[in-house]
Design a protein around this ligand. Structure first.
Ligand code: 3NM
Length: 217
């Protein structure tokens, strides 16, 4: 049995257009820095498609496999099945949770939720974890909703939702601890790792922050 809560601690998300250098190098560095889970997300300006997307996905999956980091695919169920990925993450605008669950069997299924109502449906239809965001303002997702801090995470916990939860949106090593203290099991991050001069150091700082270890800074 996998320990999903532990896997969600430092959940790094990346596509080729989020990287300032070769995505394969970035991934190797952040694994060395201590990320616990990886999501491949090709979206937005300059995102890869077709054969190029598939090829990079395979290379990144291979790196994850070498280091026992589960490989999650954003939105693209067909790609996840073709690669036999470890899981899929979907939003509310994607296919219904129930039909994705039927397609992927017991692979990990993450769902973005923005309200208690969405949380109830996602849970009933087979989500394994919730992504809740944006917690803080983000420039990475152009259609992101307004940031609402950790309110929904706290509300869900108060209402008795015990499902693993990861916060997302504008999270850095400076604010990550507050997300965990609100009730999340971990943090999902793009920019605060991928845009740093050293993605490895950034990943380590986030891990330390989530685990409440003293950072050097
Ligand atoms: N989903 P960064 S916010 C992919 O609110 C994504 O569901 C969000 O990127 C949501 O760490 C977001 O650079 C972008 O802010 C996260």
């Amino acid at each position: 049995m996998i320990n999903l809560r532990a896997l969600l601690k430092v959940y790094f998300i990346m596509g080729s257009n989020n990287c300032l250098k070769d995505p394969k190098e970035v991934l190797k560095e952040v694994i060395a820095g201590g990320i616990t889970l990886f999501q491949y997300r090709e979206k937005g300006d300059g995102a890869l498609a077709g054969a190029e997307k598939l090829s990079l996905a395979k290379e990144l999956q291979c790196i994850c496999r070498d280091h026992q980091i589960p490989f999650i695919v954003n939105d693209d169920i067909e790609l996840a099945l073709e690669l036999d990925a470890d899981g899929v993450h979907i939003g509310q605008e994607d296919e219904p949770v129930k039909s994705v669950r039927e397609k992927i069997g017991d692979k990990i299924l993450g769902v973005s939720v923005h309200s208690i109502e969405e949380a109830e449906v996602a849970l009933r239809e087979g989500a394994d974890y919730f992504g809740i965001g944006p917690v803080f303002p983000t420039k990475t997702k152009v259609d992101a909703k307004p940031s609402r801090g950790t309110t929904l995470i706290q509300t869900l916990r108060k209402e008795g939702f015990t499902i693993p939860i990861v916060g997302i949106g504008g999270i850095t090593h400076k604010n990550a601890r507050s997300v965990v203290e609100a009730g999340a099991d971990g943090v999902s991050v793009i920019t605060a790792i991928s845009h740093e001069a050293s993605p490895m150091v950034a990943a380590r700082a986030l891990r330390d922050s989530v685990e409440e270890k003293k950072s050097d800074e």
